[in-house]
Design a protein around this ligand. Structure first.
Ligand code: MG
Length: 308
């Protein structure tokens, strides 16, 4: 019998989707689950962080609280959604100080208040490993729902903000900066309303992995132009290659219909810029164009259970 460490997160998730949604009725492969909610879709998502995997040593509890709220809201953003509310389940060691919990929940509250999201409830339990689960709910008009499966050959590939936050954590120990993820809710909603975006995902486990997920869901290929990627400032060439596979960017990666591309790429988005970084191809490979050569862009983002 195989161990989970031999199977890896991606195959585990694929087998769970086959089990719980064999006919593909519930959008289990997207950034959130989808339920029929009248003229809208109801979006529901959950994301867990643990001390072992996600929480850098020396992280401030306020930043951890912000992070767990933000990464859940990021999935609502990836669907073009408007958040309705959040819940949190906290598994904490009995030795945790009341002050630490107070500061953690200050961070949750700060992120939720900024995005006008009420906290609707949750749960607290003893757990030797700090384990914090967020649940986010949202809505999006049915005809504006952004999914991973709509990319078509000829579409433009674009990204919000900058890529490479994970390098800043590794190299500069910029822990607070790394954890202060900004969920791209406003721009996600604008993209959804535009009618120009054919697929979308948030980059949680690396640009390479997210591009592969769009490719698999849409049954298309992608060509990513390395020189066009908006990396965080100050990365050297080696770090720019590493940054393709680092988790933690939480930017939106999306495709735009070619006839609307100019309109979207020239539009001013107050929250952050968007940048064209490639296009959708009709073969099903994902490639990286660098120095006039095309090489495979391997799916090497972070994979849980394998620990890499
Ligand atoms: Mg996601």
């Amino acid at each position: 019998m195989s161990k989970l460490s031999e199977i890896g997160e991606r195959d585990i998730v694929a087998s769970l989707i086959r089990k719980f949604d064999p006919k593909g009725n519930y959008s289990l492969g997207d950034d959130t689950g989808i339920l029929d909610y009248g003229k809208d879709n109801l979006l529901i998502t959950t994301d867990t962080i643990t001390k072992k995997t996600h929480i850098p040593k020396d992280a401030e509890p306020e930043d951890i609280g912000w992070y767990v709220a933000a990464i859940n809201l990021s999935d609502i953003a990836a669907m073009g959604g408007h958040p309705l509310g959040m819940l949190f389940s906290l598994g904490l060691p009995t030795s945790t100080s009341a002050n630490w919990l107070d500061r953690l929940t200050d961070g949750i509250q700060e992120c939720c208040s900024k995005h006008r999201v009420p906290v609707l409830g949750g749960d607290t339990k003893e757990n030797d490993n700090i384990t914090i689960t967020g649940i986010a709910l949202g809505t999006v008009p049915k005809n504006q729902t952004l999914r991973r499966c709509g990319a078509r050959p000829g579409d433009i590939l674009a990204v919000t903000g900058q890529i490479g936050r994970g390098i800043l954590w590794e190299r500069d120990k910029a822990i607070s900066q790394y954890l202060k993820v900004e969920p791209r809710l406003k721009i996600g909603q604008q993209l959804a309303e535009s009618g120009a975006v054919t697929s979308c995902i948030d980059i949680s486990d690396g640009l390479s992995t997210s591009t592969h997920l769009l490719a698999e869901a849409s049954n298309t290929g992608f060509q990513v132009e390395h020189e066009s990627i908006p990396f965080v400032p100050g990365l050297n060439q080696k770090e720019k290659l590493l940054a393709l596979h680092y988790g933690g960017d939480f930017e939106l990666l999306f495709t735009i219909r070619p006839d609307k591309a100019e309109q979207i790429l020239n539009q001013e988005f107050p929250d952050c810029p968007i940048t064209q970084i490639g296009y959708v191809t009709d073969d099903i490979s994902v490639s990286l164009v660098k120095d006039d050569a095309s090489i495979p862009l391997e799916n090497k983002g972070y994979e849980h259970f394998r620990g890499r």
